[in-house]
Design a protein around this ligand. Sequence first.
Ligand SMILES: [Ca+2]
Ligand SMILES: [Ca+2]
Length: 207
Amino acid sequence: MIARLTTAVLILGLALAGTAGAQTTDLMITEYVEGSGFNKAIEIFNGTEDTINLAGYALARYSNGSTTAAVIPLTAVDLAVGETWVVTHPSFVNLALADQTSLELNFNGDDAVVLTFNGTPVDRFGRVGEDPGDYWSCAAGTTANHTLRRLAGICAGDTATTSPFDPCIEWTILASDSIGGLGYHLADCGTVPADGSTWSTLKASFR
Ligand SMILES: [Ca+2]
Ligand SMILES: [Ca+2]
């Protein structure tokens, strides 16, 4: 969302005071909304130093411990540095926050969601192949009826899709139907020198 993005960029710019932007290793999942009704959303963030075209990226939903995914290809558009891409269910409460909608963007706490590039995991939420009951949980809360926001200090996706999932390690757990954080993300990933290389070069070294 443009207004929020502008705010986020401004804050980032102030925080980094003229140095190159903070960098994550690839696109990341930065918000998960598992709210009431069809208030389901996933926010994806470009914290790298390069514009990334979303062609080839997809969200894969693995429901109830399944090892077979429902796949949502992301719209093949450029995602600029510092921008987010929000995918929601078509019946989401505020579609002005959505960049893309899909009926497959539907989960209820016990379904894993994996961000992939050409089928290879880039980041995950939940644990593929595990039906945890109603949700994954930790001391701060659960993955059902909550919004979970990625911690600012997380700078790389979690590609261990079948490893145990503890939502307290990399996420802040917010109240159900919290949607005010959709459309922007602030990453605190240090600074890197502007290296002049393109994303295609960088991702080759990351993967
Ligand atoms: Ca489910
Ligand atoms: Ca966010």
